[in-house]
Ligand binder design. Structure first.
Ligand code: F6P
Length: 551
């Protein structure tokens, strides 16, 4: 029995992919689908200059995409049809574009370093944003200088961020990325998994006298985070014995003041943010506290500055030379015309190794939707599967499938020009591999080249079709500023795609169902009688677990 959605006919204005521009793109796709990138390069010696763009410290080469000028013109028309520029303005000015949660979407206000007023319900949010940055900076200064001490008077050495999803992935990724900027005494740790192994293993090596916990949760109700936070408090009190000491060792980052107080954290030690900051867009808010502690307020502000620079570029640059818009439309081109199902993110940078994980949430939780913002079921592909890992490691793991598998997998290659260490020769090896892979994916190897190249038969498995698209992103260096730009680039790419697909990219109702069911099932695991209320599989698994656990 198929599960049907409430709506059948289209309410609201038709999405761009239902408009004549879609047919024009489909027709254009038919003319380009069998054209090889080799031919496109041969036809235009200036293709690299033509299809590349520098914005601040980020250079984008998008010439190895299966596009021509006409493709881009048509894609730009698609963006215009979807009113990307209008929606972009609505987002920046604080309109309620998250229509199912009735919220503005203003992570850009958190890094609005120009400090121009941003109004939510008629009130300028910038004074409150700046006040939290000042509060975080002052607190970080005390911890970093050692004037904030634990209950026995020792300076803090370890900081544990207890959070999950957007309250973990963003700060964790940035902490890793900015290793070069870290305070020498302070170590950050990130605990997210409710599997007790995560927190138990972490606490084994920590000293309660010198450990600070940041309980990071927008809602302060997330089961995983609250369970771990309670365990951390229990562990701490086993050593410190007195509730009064909690104030020196637990701080909270949340929008929920009552719940923070209910947990026993002094509201003085709470760093607030607002419901117009989505969880997966929150690293710029107080959720970034662990980053501020690790790299200092100055570097955190440089991160915000970088994101703001990308915000300004996104807001002001014409669509055809707008980096997030170009990346977004290329993604749409592959998803909706070539039928690509995924997008791989390949940082050739040890310190950016968690970027794919971060972007998985940012992109898939935002655009993993099959109902549009008007409540209609969509009949076109939306958000792709985002995956990836450190590129050089991926080469020895899954690149085979990208090169010779049956699927088209657009790839983003990311590298810094400046090496993170003085091992310059090693950086050249990394760069050579980065370049070799994008070239090999693009060119492939013909049968003739295989024969001529001294390869031994059989030839067929050694021939590569090529024609695999990729973007190359060259960062001048991995600094807080460039990192801020890079993250904001992807955020805006996701935004633009959401607009083209007519989605609300800022809710996540799908995640809620699993949370509700888990809450129902949890007491059943300890019920007196066998469980019969679910389907046979779920009943069977619950009862088997109960039986085996009892043995
Ligand atoms: O996974 C669902 C989600 O709501 C994410 O959007 C969010 O980042 C995460 O849970 C954590 O939520 P919170 O910060 O409220 O604990």
């Amino acid at each position: 029995m198929p599960i049907t959605t409430e709506q059948s006919s289209h309410a609201g204005s038709p999405p761009a992919l239902h408009q004549p521009i879609h047919a024009a793109l489909q027709q254009h796709y038919e003319t380009l689908r069998d054209v090889h990138l080799r031919e496109l390069f041969a036809a235009d010696p200036a293709r690299f200059e033509h299809f590349s763009l520098q914005v601040g410290d980020i250079f984008l080469d998008y010439s190895k995409n299966r596009i021509t000028d006409t493709t881009l013109q048509l894609l730009m028309q698609l963006a215009e049809t979807a009113d990307v520029a209008g929606w972009r303005e609505r987002m920046f000015q604080g309109d309620t574009i998250n229509n199912t949660e009735h919220r503005a979407v203003l992570h850009t206000a958190l890094r609005n370093r120009s400090n121009t007023p941003v109004l939510v319900d008629g009130e300028n949010v910038m004074p409150a944003v700046n006040a939290v940055i000042a509060q975080m900076s002052a607190f970080a200064e005390r911890v970093r200088s050692g004037t904030w001490t634990g209950y026995t008077g020792k300076p803090i050495v370890d900081v544990v961020n207890v959070g999950i999803g957007g309250s973990d992935l963003g700060p964790h990724m940035v902490y890793q990325a900015l290793k070069a900027y870290r305070h020498p005494r302070l170590n950050m740790h990130y605990v997210s998994n409710v599997d007790g192994a995560h927190i138990v293993e972490k606490l084994e090596s920590l000293d309660p006298e010198t450990t600070l916990f940041i309980v990071a949760s927008k809602t302060f109700t997330t089961q995983e985070t609250m369970t771990n936070a309670h365990h951390a408090r229990h562990w701490f009190l086993q050593h410190a014995a007195d509730d009064a000491h909690i104030a020196k060792h637990f701080v909270a980052v949340s929008t929920n003041r009552e719940a923070v107080m209910g947990f026993g954290i002094d509201p003085e030690n709470m760093f607030g943010f607002w419901d117009w900051v989505g969880g997966r867009y929150s690293l710029w808010s107080a959720i970034g506290l662990s980053v501020v502690l690790a790299v200092g307020a100055e570097n955190f502000i440089a991160l915000l500055d970088g994101a703001h620079a990308m915000d300004q570029h996104f807001r002001d640059a014409p669509l055809e030379c707008n980096m997030p818009v170009i990346l977004a439309l290329l993604g749409v081109w592959y998803s909706n015309y070539f039928g690509a199902e995924s997008q791989v993110i390949l940082p050739y940078d040890h310190y950016l190794r968690s970027l794919p994980l971060y972007l998985q949430q940012a992109d898939m939780e935002s655009n993993g939707k099959s109902v549009d913002r008007d409540g209609n079921a969509v009949d076109y592909a939306t958000g792709p599967i985002i995956w990836g890992t450190s590129g050089i490691n991926g080469q020895h793991a899954f690149y085979q499938l990208i090169h010779q598998g049956t699927r088209l997998i657009p790839a983003d290659f990311i590298i810094s020009v400046t090496p993170p260490t003085d091992l310059h020769a090693q950086h050249d090896i990394l760069m050579a591999n980065f370049l070799a892979q994008t070239e090999a994916l693009m060119r492939g190897r013909t049968l003739q080249e295989t024969r001529d190249g001294g390869v031994t038969p059989p030839y067929a498995p050694k021939v590569f079709a090529g024609n695999h698209p990729s973007n190359a992103l060259l960062l001048t260096a991995l600094t807080p500023h460039t990192l801020g730009m890079l993250i904001a680039l992807y955020e805006h790419k996701i935004f633009v795609q959401g607009i083209v697909w007519n989605l609300n990219s800022y809710d996540q109702w799908g995640v809620e169902l699993g949370k509700q069911l888990a809450k129902c099932i949890q007491p059943e695991l300890n019920a007196a009688e066998p469980v019969t209320t679910h389907d046979a599989s779920t009943n069977g698994l619950i009862n088997r677990y109960r039986q085996q656990r009892a043995q």
